[in-house]
Ligand binder design. Structure first.
Ligand SMILES: [Zn+2]
Length: 79
C-alpha cells in the first residue's frame, strides 16, 4: 500500500468520480480511518480493513476482499 493523506485521496476520488461532495467524503474517510485504528476487521475474512476502499464501498472489507487481488503495492491507503 502507498500511504496517502485523507485530503489527497479525497481529491483523487473527486477527480475520478462524479457525485461526491468533498466535505462528506473527507468525513467518511476520517471515520473509516478511525474505525481501522480502533481495530475494525474485514467482515468476510477478519483481516484489518482497507480504510480507503471501505470508505468508498461503505462496507468494512480488507483490500483482498474488496478488489479480489492479493497485490496491494499499486494501491493507496489513507494514513
Ligand atoms: Zn477480507
Amino acid at each position: 500500500m502507498q500511504p496517502i493523506s485523507v485530503e489527497a485521496f479525497a481529491s483523487m476520488v473527486m477527480k475520478n468520480n462524479k457525485g461526491y461532495r468533498k466535505k462528506e467524503l473527507v468525513k467518511t474517510l476520517n471515520d473509516t480511518l478511525t474505525a481501522k485504528k480502533n481495530g475494525a476487521k474485514c467482515m468476510i475474512c477478519g483481516a484489518p480493513i482497507w480504510a480507503a476502499g471501505s470508505a468508498i464501498t461503505g462496507s468494512n472489507l480488507c483490500f483482498t476482499c474488496t478488489t479480489g487481488e492479493a497485490n496491494d503495492s499499486d494501491d493507496y491507503e489513507i494514513k
